[in-house]
Ligand binder design. Structure first.
Ligand code: PDD
Length: 287
């Protein structure tokens, strides 16, 4: 079956889905995006993703190209047309197409929007979660507005590539004070030796992950205790467990940091319970 993408008002064959050379996303990374998980035929946490999208757009002064309900309809339509039961749906909005010049184009330039969907074998993902992932740490060299989900992801791409080249799976950005910010495309968590969950406050130089927010709901439901505070790489290495959260990985145990095993080097029970309980707690929308 061929893949279908939505591009500026049209549903196109993936191979013919192209944007203009002067799209400001292409030339300036002048745009925002969202990635939603699709699990067992449902789009997960679409309300929170669209809330964050609206915030990102408004922080950058990009006009929402259409009513929110129309955005949601297109997301659903792309998932349906691609018959994705498990995978991801990607939505990107840029400031539009205009002759290359740094200032914002005139008000009559419409934002450009693209939506794609892809399948991911849930079995592959759960096998990965059963093994856990290895991370390296890198200095955080991103701009200060990482709270906005922009398509300007070059530091994230370089960090992830470095991790792969060093035989790891992901990279954690670290502040000069030694505290962990977040992963290249995920939020970072630990479970302390006393059994307390810790994750960095969303107001302190990270993206407020939708999965992070829903995992906090799961934490409340399971009656676990948690604290939002920064933690150091050293504390994470000596933790009982470490894991990351994101729409693409849900809850993914971290079993080594800079080649040092976390606890016994195997996924811990807290990350596994959070992963197991996530689907029930999350918002599920039929495409
Ligand atoms: N990334 N931090 C960063 C820098 C991210 O890029 C992401 C998501 C997250 C987690 O956010 P959420 O739980 O809403 O997915 C945190 C997506 C999945 C990506 O770029 O593919």
């Amino acid at each position: 079956m061929s893949r279908i993408a939505y591009v500026n008002g049209r549903y196109l064959e993936h191979s013919n889905a192209v944007v203009h050379v002067e799209d400001r996303g292409y030339q300036f990374a002048d745009g925002v995006y969202e990635v939603c998980e699709i699990a067992r035929g449902f789009i997960i946490d679409v309300t929170r993703h669209l809330d964050r999208l609206e915030r990102s757009l408004s922080e950058l002064g990009i006009i929402r190209p259409m009513h929110r309900s129309a955005l949601e309809l297109i997301l659903k339509e792309v998932v349906r047309r691609n018959r994705v039961l498990n995978g991801l749906v990607y939505l990107q909005i840029t400031r539009g197409v205009a002759r290359r010049d740094h200032p914002f184009p005139k008000a009559n330039v419409r934002p450009a929007m693209v939506v794609t969907a892809k399948r991911i074998d849930p079995e592959v993902l759960s096998l990965k979660a059963g093994r856990g992932i290895k991370v390296i740490t890198v200095p955080d060299n991103r701009w200060e507005r990482v709270d906005i989900k922009t398509i300007g992801l070059l530091p994230n791409v370089l960090a992830r590539q470095k991790a792969i080249e060093e035989g790891a799976d992901d990279a954690w950005f670290v502040d000069p004070d030694g505290t962990v910010k977040e992963g290249s495309a995920s939020n970072a968590w630990i479970v302390t030796p006393q059994g307390q969950l810790v994750t960095r406050p969303a107001e302190s130089g990270i993206l407020r992950g939708v999965t992070r927010t829903t995992v906090l709901d799961v934490v409340a439901k399971l009656g676990m205790t948690f604290e939002e505070r920064p933690f150091t790489v050293e504390e994470a290495t000596n933790a009982r467990e470490a894991f990351v959260t994101s729409a693409s990985a849900v809850v993914m145990p971290v079993v080594a940091i800079n080649s040092v095993a976390v606890a016994n080097g195997h996924p811990g029970s807290v990350s596994c319970s959070l992963r197991d309980a996530f689907f029930d707690v999350a918002e599920k929308t039929q495409p």
